[in-house]
Write a protein that binds this ligand. Structure first.
Ligand code: FSO
Ligand code: SF4
Length: 562
């Protein structure tokens, strides 16, 4: 295996025998093969669309789900991949048939080779694993060389991230066929662009930025979907101490899954808690109406082994991040959607029997008792500073700028992770002077939301504003654009600094979106992506001013940004 798609990759180079995340070499090969099959499907889909054939919604959604299943910390279950691969081949061949029926022209020569023509001999795991080993990162590197290959993989990882966001948007009832059309186009280009184009660094960098542009549209859909289904987020105090009673813990990003669980459990006397990226659920009015949504249990994804182990009820993982569970809670864990762990129950909430199984499991477990709940701190989290709240207070923010009470806005957000070096972001946030505002989003918030930062001057606005999930990064962009227009300037001229904590491919998609908007001087950490070679990093630094955080010297970085 060779995988370098996430920040925690081994020795900052690549995971080669087993993933730091726990991904086996078998799953890694199966995911590479799925990617290859999806490329073959995209080659046909792109040509079919260009010849006036409309893709089915099923195919559009499938490709996004397939890509999502290959993200870091999503699906570790080898048995799920043959089905994904089979479905990719099914859709590819269905499109091929329609194209052949519609036109008497012979098929494009490029469709006769590579992923467009690959026919699996069987769906046996050993065979698929062997095939997957032929189409991984290193095989591509021998064709394109490390610089171009790295940028091609940045494009692929961006597509994986945007596919995950598109799946979240779909769960909220939002989709745009244009997104799928662009996705097929980019994936097709990676395989069948001209030889010269495919080997050209500049062309590949442009393609990566195109992924960023598509992702902006996806994030807009997500933003719309959340608001349409669940209302406008507003500030809310969230209990961190549990209450006595039977319970279910819900983690991941899909708020509609949480809604379904709340609805089915509200009359069953079961309390529901959020974990990780579910925390912003408490800011949505429709979810807050449920009396059985009682609080947040635990923190960011990397602490799940400790936190899930002590939770006295079932734990439901809606989406990333999930990691191989400990024995202590393995039989209490449920996965949904694209997430999967080999041997762990995978259920569909729309299936009444499976939902009842979950509810009965919660009833059969002890839940919290009066004695245990005494041990918890009575602290709260404050969430829900969505873009609307900030923009409604824009006049106060602008006044604070005019009065000198606000000298700089910092965006410190993104992903969290287990490495100690991520405390860089904590030190940075904790050290910022009172005349600063901090916008955060994503699970990175847990590094910095342990402190009361007070309010900004006499505006009454808290200095730390939690905009929500990483899915809500769009809100931060909206806020920056609105402030720039109110001050009659552009985003790069605002007193704004971005210090982003990245971990997996959703963060790659968001970063590409920011670059596609021309946003400059982003600091990225805790370390730079292993897939970007020094040459490419230099090109990005020259063009966009993108730079690594100085992991050992957060205070120097702060001075520099101030
Ligand atoms: Fe975090 Fe995980 Fe939301 Fe990521 S839970 S790390 S960027 O998958 O998705 O912020
Ligand atoms: Fe390694 Fe990250 Fe790939 Fe897992 S996802 S195998 S940790 S690079």
């Amino acid at each position: 295996m060779f995988c370098f798609q996430c920040e925690q990759t081994k020795s900052r180079k690549g995971c080669v025998t087993v993933g730091v995340c726990g991904k086996t070499s078998q799953v890694s090969a199966l995911q590479d093969l799925l990617m290859y099959a999806v490329q073959g499907l995209s080659m046909y889909a792109n040509r079919a669309i260009k010849s006036g054939i409309t893709m089915s919604k099923e195919c559009d959604l499938f490709i996004q789900q397939a890509m999502f299943s290959t993200l870091t910390n999503v699906n570790f279950d080898q048995d799920r991949f043959p089905e994904y691969i089979k479905t990719a081949i099914y859709h590819r061949d269905a499109i091929k048939k329609i194209m052949e029926e519609k036109s008497s022209q012979p098929l494009d020569e490029k469709l006769k080779h590579g992923p467009a023509s690959w026919v699996p001999e069987s769906y046996d795991l050993t065979y698929l694993e062997d095939e997957g080993l032929k189409v991984g990162v290193l095989e591509n590197q021998s064709i394109y060389g490390p610089d171009v290959n790295g940028v091609r993989y940045m494009t692929i990882y961006g597509i994986k991230g945007l596919s995950a966001y598109a799946c979240h948007a779909n769960a909220l009832g939002e989709e745009d066929p244009e997104v799928s059309t662009s996705l097929y186009e980019v994936l097709d280009f990676l395989t069948s662009g001209t030889e010269e184009e495919r080997h050209d660094l500049t062309t590949n960098l442009k393609l990566a930025l195109k992924v960023g542009e598509i992702n902006l549209r996806v994030m807009e859909l997500l933003d719309k979907g959340h608001r349409k289904q669940l209302g406008i987020p507003s500030p809310s105090e969230v209990n961190r101490a549990p209450v006595a009673g039977k319970c279910i813990l819900v983690s991941g990003h899909d708020l509609m899954d949480l809604y379904a669980i709340l609805k089915q459990t509200e009359k069953e006397g079961i309390n529901v808690y959020t974990h990780g990226e579910m925390l912003p659920a408490h800011s949505y009015p429709i979810l807050r109406e449920f009396k059985n949504l009682v609080g947040q249990f635990g923190s960011a994804w990397q602490n799940q082994k400790i936190e899930f182990g002590t939770f006295p009820g079932p734990v439901v993982i809606t989406t990333n991040c999930v990691i191989e569970p400990l024995k202590s809670y393995r039989d209490r864990l449920y996965t949904l959607n694209e997430t999967g762990i080999h041997g762990v129950k995978h259920i569909n909430l729309e299936n009444k029997e499976e939902m009842s199984q979950l509810i009965n499991h919660a009833k059969s477990l002890p839940g919290f008792d009066d004695k245990t709940i005494q041990k918890f701190d009575k602290n709260t989290f404050t969430v829900g500073f969505g873009r609307e709240v900030i923009l409604d207070n824009a006049d106060k923010v602008l006044q604070a700028v005019a009065d000198g009470d606000l000298t700089r806005i910092f965006v410190i957000g993104g992903c969290d992770g287990s490495e100690h070096k991520r405390n860089y972001f904590k030190t940075l946030a904790h050290s910022l002077p009172p005349q600063t505002l901090i916008l955060t989003m994503g699970c990175a918030k847990y590094r910095i939301n342990d402190k009361d930062y007070g309010t900004l001057g006499n505006t009454g606005i808290p200095r730390l504003l939690d905009l929500g999930q990483c899915n809500d990064s769009y809100g931060a962009i909206m806020v920056a654009q609105a402030l720039a227009s109110a001050l009659n300037t552009d985003i790069n001229s605002l007193p704004l600094s971005l210090s982003l904590s990245w971990f997996e491919q959703k963060a790659v998609a968001v970063l590409l979106s920011l670059l596609s908007l021309g946003i400059k001087n982003i600091r990225l950490g805790p370390v730079m992506p292993a897939f970007l070679t020094p040459t490419v990093r230099k090109a990005l630094q020259d063009q966009y001013g993108i730079m690594p955080v100085d992991i050992r010297h957060p205070l120097e970085d702060m001075e520099d940004m101030m």
